[in-house]
Design a binder for this molecule. Structure first.
Ligand SMILES: [Zn+2]
Ligand SMILES: [Zn+2]
Length: 174
């Protein structure tokens, strides 16, 4: 997914990227992501006078662990993608350090090569829910016996913290 900025810009080239990205490596070691991907990319990259835009949509099927009950929950995500790229150092007058997130948001590239892949991966990562839920009303697990409270209620008194959990807490201190 490499593009040459200067060529894209000078010729006003337009390319459609349709590709499946394997993103399983991105989530290695993350217990909240059971399965991810592939990331289906459908993005149009267009060269303009002075900049290159990439615009389109990313879709992915994710299997996440619910942050309350740990049951797997699948999510079909559709992520709108828009990024604007410029060549660095071209126009120092526009080199505004204070990025106030206006309309002229763009990524300044150090060289002629634009590799789209990391930006696509980043937008998936940013899109990932911080605490996924199988249902917004998920009751979670009982803190004492571990019972999935969506399935059954238990007879624990959940007011006090179970000593076994207190001990676990200590284990994770370091
Ligand atoms: Zn849940
Ligand atoms: Zn219980």
């Amino acid at each position: 997914m490499l593009f040459h900025m200067r060529e894209m810009m000078s010729k006003g080239l337009k390319t459609t990227v349709k590709e499946d990205l394997d993103v399983s490596e991105l989530f290695k070691g993350r217990s909240d992501v059971i399965q991810a991907g592939p990331l289906r990319v459908s993005v149009v990259v267009t060269g303009h006078d002075g900049y290159v835009t990439a615009e389109g949509e990313l879709t992915a099927d994710l299997e996440l662990a619910c942050s309350r009950c740990l049951e797997s929950t699948s999510a079909h995500t559709v992520i709108p993608f828009y990024e604007q790229f410029k060549l660095g150092g071209d126009d120092p007058s526009e080199d505004d350090e204070s990025d106030d997130g206006g309309d002229d948001d763009y990524v300044e590239l150090p060289g002629d090569k634009l590799d789209l892949k990391p930006y696509l991966e980043e937008s998936l990562l940013l899109f990932m829910p911080f605490a996924p839920l199988c249902d917004k009303d998920c009751k979670g697990l009982c803190q004492a016996c571990g019972q999935n409270l969506n399935e059954h209620t238990c007879s624990c008194n959940n007011e006090k913290i179970d000593p076994r959990f207190a001990a676990l807490k200590d284990l994770f201190k370091d």
